[in-house]
Design a protein around this ligand. Structure first.
Ligand SMILES: [Zn+2]
Length: 395
């Protein structure tokens, strides 16, 4: 029962008529209990209906097992008092060639950060970046990190923690109750990725994009240890908004600016919705013809259509641009293909924000051209300016 067939994609435009089922998909296949909590707080504009039909995609990911206990687990009293971390291996490579991801979870707010990695050795470098970012954002000091005894948390990771006065707590292998927070979170993220890719009918190589969005959505979802509160709200102390959310993997039309289109070209090109830019940058979309991620604020969403519908239309048209191709390309070509494009020309107050974005794009492109498999390149990652989302570089 998806009533919202076409929703205008300006970030501030709210969906007027939508079902709980639609919000379930927008929130990355959130459990019924989680949806109820948000719905009671009237956080879904215009949401109708209560029943949730469990689709095949949800059974694949088993997201409905989540139970809210009467006695929530204890947690630290302040943000950054304790960070849980773990590394997860994925069988398939992302579009950018990553096979792992690392998670960092703040014990107090339960906010999650993830970074896709090509090798486990990159954990130390992304931790350095994460450490600098969160301390700058909060003005507080990171005090303790809890990890298992994996090689990626020894050596350079240990010396970095020691030098920065961060206590490193090592847990005993095979005692999940000790690192339960990080391990449970990895399971949740993997389940969400499965559901999102299955529903969107996208190949597994899109897991990096799905992970990025799954984590954004987990940070906006009611959490058991927070007794139904939302990590992002606890982390920032500010109310969060859901109006900008759209269904991952749905078909979307991106406006093509005049100067970028030939005389007879369409004003809008069909893309696949991938998620949200950091710092209000707009939406991220996959352009299946150019095979690259583009960013835009000017998007029309067809939330009940998927990549298959994009494929069908493009096959019918049989354009000179070539067929739709969802498959990834070789990592050596990726620097051209993850090039980010801003399709709108903001004015006034938005100018500064977008200048920052353009700067970020250049940095990402430069970073993409670095080989990231050796020690030298790891130092390059460490030198990335603060605030650069590493994940978009790797996925
Ligand atoms: Zn679902």
């Amino acid at each position: 029962m998806t009533n919202a067939k076409h929703s205008k994609g300006g970030i501030n435009v709210a969906e007027k008529d939508s079902s709980i089922e639609l919000w379930h998909k927008r929130l990355g296949h959130l459990s019924e209990k989680g949806l109820q909590i948000l719905s009671k707080k009237q956080l879904f504009p215009g949401a109708k209906g209560t029943l949730l039909k469990t689709g095949v995609h949800c059974l694949a990911g088993k997201t409905h097992r989540v139970a809210f206990h009467r006695f929530p687990p204890s947690r630290r009293s302040k943000v950054l008092d304790l960070i849980h971390t773990d590394v997860c291996f994925m069988r398939d490579k992302t579009l950018g060639g990553a096979s792992y991801y690392v998670t960092f979870i703040d014990d107090h707010s339960r906010k999650v950060w993830t970074y896709a990695l090509k090798t486990k050795d990159q954990v130390r470098d992304v931790f350095k970046q994460f450490h600098a970012e969160v301390e700058r954002e909060t003005g507080l000091k990171l005090k303790c990190v809890r990890a298992d005894n994996g090689g990626e948390y020894r050596g350079l990771f240990e010396s970095y923690s020691r030098l920065n006065g961060i206590k490193l707590q090592k847990i005993v292998p095979k005692t999940p109750q000790q690192n339960g927070v990080a391990e449970r979170m990895n399971r949740t993220i993997c389940e969400r990725i499965k559901c999102m890719l299955s529903h969107a009918k996208l190949p597994k190589s899109f897991w990096g994009e799905a992970m990025r969005t799954a984590v954004d959505l987990i940070n906006l979802s009611p959490s058991v240890p927070l007794e139904g509160d939302v990590p992002q709200r606890v982390w920032t102390g500010k109310e969060v908004s859901y109006e900008h959310l759209r269904v991952f993997g749905c078909k979307a039309y991106v406006h093509v600016p005049k100067d970028e289109r030939a005389k007879l070209d369409d004003k809008a090109k069909p893309c696949i919705f991938m998620g949200y830019g950091r710092e209000e940058f707009g939406y991220r979309l996959w352009d299946p013809i150019a095979r690259k991620i583009v960013r835009s604020r000017d998007v029309i969403f067809l939330e009940n259509e998927t990549s298959e519908d994009v494929e069908r239309v493009e096959k019918k048209k049989n354009t000179a641009a070539g067929p739709v191709n969802l498959e990834p390309i070789s990592p050596s070509q990726m620097h051209e293909n993850v090039e980010e494009v801003v399709h709108d020309e903001p004015q006034g107050a938005l100018d500064q924000e977008v200048q920052g974005e353009e700067q970020l794009e250049q940095e990402e492109q430069v970073e993409e051209e670095q080989p990231i498999l050796n020690q030298e390149s790891q130092q390059e990652i460490a030198k990335l300016p603060l605030g650069t989302p590493l994940m978009s570089t790797y996925c």
